[in-house]
Design a protein around this ligand. Structure first.
Ligand code: GRF
Length: 191
């Protein structure tokens, strides 16, 4: 049974999807939800789901990323996670953090990587006239949104789509994709 820690920065809808998937015959259980933002709405959702939470406010470490990452690692380690899932987590993690954690780190990104790493992915897809968009789950490496792909889901761009309407449809696909990929990762020890 793999132990999963989840990092969030905001609403945590992907965290909720992961936690709700990790029931019954799923080969993993959530052991911690942590956020860099004490006001993240996802923290209350995690508590309501019975998952322990932790906060490491990045504003307490302005200009000192190593100190923030050391504090984050100290908050995560006692939960002894096997895998770290970033879910709407908006801080970049350094190679040093990834090496110190030493276990797989996954992330979900709202585009069909390698297209549109970074922010404003839906607006960029619309401006490019793309007919499809989607989301990607990938291994996290020091290169932003560039680690090995583990799964993708495609979503049609519809006439009249705005960044908001497209984001809402992609988010539904994210909530299906992330648990599917996590299940595969837990069952495939080679990651
Ligand atoms: C999602 O689109 C996710 O892909 C991106 O942040 C958005 C919000 O995620 N990383 P959540 O609702 O906080 O899980």
């Amino acid at each position: 049974m793999k132990r999963i820690a989840i990092l969030i920065s905001g609403g945590g809808s992907n965290m909720v999807a992961l936690v709700q998937a990790m029931q019954a015959d799923f080969p993993a259980r959530p052991v911690l939800v942590a956020s860099n933002d004490p006001h993240a709405a996802g923290l209350a959702k995690a508590r309501a789901l019975g998952v322990p939470v932790a906060v490491v406010d990045h504003r307490s470490f302005v200009g000192d990323r190593p100190a923030f990452e050391t504090a984050l690692l100290a908050a995560i380690t006692p939960a002894t996670p096997d895998i770290l899932c970033l879910a709407g987590f908006m801080r970049i993690l350094s190679a040093e953090f990834l090496a110190a954690f030493g276990k797989p780190v996954l992330n979900i990104h709202p585009s069909l990587l390698p297209r549109y790493p970074g922010l404003d992915t839906h607006q960029r897809a619309l401006e490019a006239g793309d007919t499809e968009a989607g989301c990607s789950v990938h291994r996290v490496t020091a290169d932003l949104d560039a680690g090995p792909l583990l799964g993708q889901a495609r979503v049609r761009v519809l006439p009249g789509d705005t960044a908001e309407s497209l984001a809402a449809r992609v988010l539904v696909a994210e909530h299906r994709l992330y648990p599917e990929v996590l299940r595969e990762v837990c069952q495939n020890a080679s990651i």
